[in-house]
Design a binder for this molecule. Structure first.
Ligand code: PLP
Length: 435
C-alpha cells in the first residue's frame, strides 16, 4: 500500500441486502493471481483496518531508515509485568504447550468470572465466560454467531474501526450514530432510541472509547439501560477494553453491572491487552449468556480452536496477580495526556477535549481545512492533513474519517514524553507553515 492509497477511506459499504450478498460475479481479474479467481463477497465488501495499515506503513518507513514517529498505534508502550512473563515461562516448563479447551482453560474462565464479580459486580460463573485470541476474536465470534444479512448493528461514532468491519464481514449493516465535538463526542439516550428499528440486533457501547477517550458516567449508562429495556430484542455489547485506563477520578461502569436485569442480552467484552500491557499475547474474553457462549465456542472450534496455551496461563497470573503497576502506568499516561492536549490546544486551528480514559487524543482540526501547504497542496480533509504530517513531519497519526468523524485526528499518547514532545514540535511546525 502506498501513501496515496492509505488516506483514502471509502464510505462503509451497506451490506446485508441481497444485492450486496451476490456480488462475486462482478469480481474482475486481479493482478498476481490466476485469471478468473474471484474473492468472496465478505472480503471484497470490507476495507482493511486503517489503523493497522497506517501503523504498518510507519513501521515500513522506519525500517527503510526514515525517522518516522508512529502515534497511530493502539497499544501501551509499557512492557508486560514480570510476574506475568514468569507465569508464561513456568507454563512452558510445566508442559502446558498443547491444545486446550476451545474457549479457555477452566482456571482462566474462573479468573475472568472472578474479575467480573469483583470489579464489576456482575453475577457470573465460569459457564458465562468465553476466551478468545484477543478481544477482537471474541467480538468477531459474537457478531458472526448472531448477525444475519439485513440485521443492523448500532455503532456510536466516532467508533473503533473493527466494530464496522466485523459487522460487514458478518453481513450486517452498521448504523452509525455520530456525535460531534459540540456534543462531547457522546451519544445521547434519545438518539439511541430514535435509531432502534425492528432490524436492530446490537448496540455497541465502548467506554472509555477508542478513538476519543470519552467515557460514559454511571448515570449515562443507566439512561442507556432505560432505553434498552424498552426494546427487548436489542442486545448490547459493552466494550470495556480501556476499563482500567482512566483519568481525573472518572468512574468506570459497565451495563451488566449497573442493570443486572439486562444481563441475559449483554456481552461484556474485555481482555488483558490494554490494562496489562499484553497486546501481543492475544487473550481477550467476554461474559455473556450461556447459549451465546456456546455458539461462540462452536464458531471458534471451526476457526482457531483454543487461544495459545501459554498466553492463557499468563492471563491467569495477570488477572489474579498484583495490579499496582496499572496505577503507575496511568500516572504516566495522565502526564502525557496533559502534555499532548496542551500542545494541541496551543496550535491555531486545532482544539482537543481532555479524554476521560484510554491513551488517545481526538482533536478537532476544522480550523485547518481550506489552508494550503508550503508546497501548494491544499488541506481539504483530515486525510490530507494526516498525509501532510507523514510527508512533512514524519509523524503517523490517524485521520478522523477512519473512525466516522471528520475533520479530526487521533493521536496515541502511548509513547515516551520525549517522543511525544518531538512529535508535537514537528506537528506544530507543519500547522504553522500552513497558509
Ligand atoms: N476494543 C477496542 C475498543 C479496542 O481498541 C481494541 C484494540 O485496539 C480491542 C477491542 C481489541 O483488543 P485485543 O484484540 O488486543 O484484545
Amino acid at each position: 500500500m502506498n501513501m496515496d492509497d492509505l488516506f483514502v477511506f471509502p464510505p462503509p459499504v451497506p451490506c446485508g441486502t441481497s444485492d450486496a450478498m451476490s456480488d462475486s460475479s462482478k469480481n474482475t481479474d486481479t493482478p498476481g493471481i490466476a485469471p478468473g479467481i474471484a474473492f468472496a463477497d465478505r472480503v471484497t465488501r470490507i476495507a482493511p483496518s486503517p489503523t493497522v495499515a497506517i501503523s504498518s506503513l510507519a513501521l515500513d518507513l522506519q525500517a527503510a531508515g526514515r525517522d518516522v514517529i508512529g502515534l497511530a498505534v493502539g497499544e501501551p508502550d509499557f512492557d508486560t509485568p514480570p510476574h506475568v512473563k514468569e507465569a508464561a515461562i513456568r507454563a512452558i516448563h510445566d508442559g502446558h504447550t498443547k491444545y486446550t479447551q476451545v474457549d479457555g482453560i477452566p482456571a482462566l474462565k474462573e479468573a475472568v468470572a472472578e474479575k467480573f464479580r469483583r470489579e464489576n459486580g456482575m453475577d457470573v460463573s465460569a459457564a458465562n465466560i468465553s476466551v478468545g485470541t484477543g478481544g477482537k476474536q471474541v467480538l468477531f465470534n459474537a457478531l458472526m454467531a448472531t448477525v444475519q444479512a439485513g440485521d443492523e448493528v448500532i455503532i456510536p461514532a466516532p467508533y473503533w474501526v473493527s466494530f464496522a468491519g466485523i459487522t460487514e464481514v458478518a453481513g450486517g449493516t452498521p448504523v452509525f450514530l455520530a456525535s460531534g465535538f459540540d456534543e462531547g463526542l457522546k451519544l445521547t439516550p434519545e438518539r439511541l432510541e430514535a435509531a432502534i428499528t425492528a432490524r436492530s440486533r446490537w448496540v455497541i457501547i465502548n467506554s472509555p472509547s477508542n478513538p476519543t477517550g470519552m467515557g460514559y458516567s454511571p448515570d449515562e449508562i443507566r439512561a442507556f439501560a432505560d432505553v434498552i429495556r424498552r426494546h427487548p430484542r436489542l442486545m448490547v455489547i459493552s466494550d470495556d477494553l480501556y476499563e482500567h485506563l482512566t483519568f481525573d477520578g472518572f468512574t468506570f461502569s459497565t451495563i451488566a453491572g449497573i442493570a443486572p436485569d439486562l444481563a441475559d442480552r449483554v456481552l461484556t467484552l474485555n481482555g488483558v491487552s490494554k490494562s496489562y500491557c499484553m497486546t501481543g499475547w492475544r487473550i481477550g474474553y467476554a461474559a455473556a449468556p450461556v447459549p451465546l457462549v456456546k455458539a461462540m465456542a462452536k464458531l471458534q472450534s471451526q476457526s482457531t480452536s483454543s487461544p495459545g496455551s501459554i498466553a492463557q496461563y499468563a492471563a491467569v497470573a495477570a488477572l489474579n496477580g498484583p495490579t499496582d503497576f496499572i496505577a503507575e502506568n496511568n500516572a504516566a499516561f495522565a502526564r502525557r495526556r496533559t502534555l499532548v492536549i496542551d500542545a494541541l490546544n496551543a496550535m491555531e486551528g486545532v482544539s482537543c477535549p481532555a479524554p476521560d480514559g484510554a491513551f488517545y487524543a481526538f482533536a478537532d482540526i476544522s480550523g485547518l481545512i481550506g489552508k494550503v501547504r508550503p508546497d501548494g497542496k491544499p488541506i481539504e480533509s483530515d486525510s490530507d492533513f494526516a498525509a501532510a504530517l507523514l510527508e512533512l513531519a514524519e509523524v503517523a497519526i490517524v485521520p478522523g474519517v477512519a473512525f466516522g468523524l471528520s475533520p479530526a485526528i487521533r493521536l496515541s499518547f502511548a509513547a515516551s514524553d520525549e517522543v511525544l514532545k518531538l512529535a508535537l514540535r514537528r506537528i506544530a511546525e507543519v500547522v504553522t507553515s500552513l497558509r
